[in-house]
Design a protein around this ligand. Structure first.
Ligand SMILES: C[S@@+](CC[C@H](N)C(=O)[O-])C[C@H]1O[C@@H](n2cnc3c(N)ncnc32)[C@H](O)[C@@H]1O
Length: 218
């Protein structure tokens, strides 16, 4: 299926901030496309009982019930810039305890310093408006000794994805690593893998993804 440039632009806008009925559909599509990278990012954090976890940009948050099956008594907080995704995530996870979702502005993270044991985010870095300030915010709310995991598609693959020329900032591994280190975190790993997925524009593509982890020193 070949999308027109207008359709690609619309898709890119929905991936950035899903909205309305089309946003709900894009959210459901991302559940399939990004399932593997989301699971691997979560896995990299080695989550433990009782930990306070922040996810930035969970979309509709379908993966959270799976996460709770493995570690039932986590304390999970999700923040997202999309009203549509926050309302979907609340609806789809209404049966879970110790889970909350909040609308955010994508610039500040409205929690006290040193609140979270673990923080993760998948496929949001491309949309951070001021990456330096946002990364600093993430580091601020992470506890000393806490871990951050970022899942993203590196620029080498992004350059081949038709919609990613509209409003996505493309990152190399070294650029993400420099950004995160500049906030005082220590990079602990950066693992690259390849997968075949049905892309959001409906074609099967081979794509690389990266899971980067970092730690806030004590
Ligand atoms: C491409 S989707 C990815 C959703 C999910 N993490 C995944 O990988 O399938 C990006 C999500 O992050 C949200 N988002 C974009 N920029 C954000 C920011 N700066 N802070 C929080 N959420 C953001 C969007 O509203 C959307 O729900």
């Amino acid at each position: 299926m070949k999308l027109s440039e207008t359709e690609l632009q619309e898709l890119a806008k929905q991936l950035h901030c899903p909205s309305g009925k089309d946003g709900i559909k894009v959210g459901e599509m991302m559940n399939f496309t990004n399932n593997n990278i989301i699971n691997k990012t979560i896995h990299s954090l080695n989550l433990k009982k009782g930990e306070a976890v922040l996810e930035i940009g969970p979309g509709n948050g379908v993966h959270i019930s799976e996460l709770f099956k493995i570690i039932p008594d986590l304390n999970y907080t999700g923040i997202d810039i999309s009203k549509t995704m926050i309302s979907q995530a609340k609806k789809l996870n209404s049966g879970l305890k110790n889970v909350s979702f909040h609308l955010t502005d994508g610039k500040t993270i409205e929690f006290k310093a040193n609140k979270f044991d673990k923080i993760f985010t998948v496929n949001t870095i491309y949309f951070w408006q001021n990456p330096q300030e946002y990364a600093t915010e993430i580091t601020r709310v992470l506890k000393p000794g806490g871990k951050l995991a970022i899942g993203f598609i590196p620029e080498t693959t992004m350059q081949k994805i038709p919609f990613a020329k509209y409003g996505f900032t493309h990152y190399s591994i070294s650029a993400v690593s420099a950004l995160i280190e500049s906030t005082g975190l220590k990079i602990t790993s950066a693992v690259t893998a390849t997968e075949i997925v049905m892309s959001n524009s409906g074609n099967e593509i081979e794509r690389e993804f990266v899971i980067m982890t970092a730690e806030k020193l004590l």
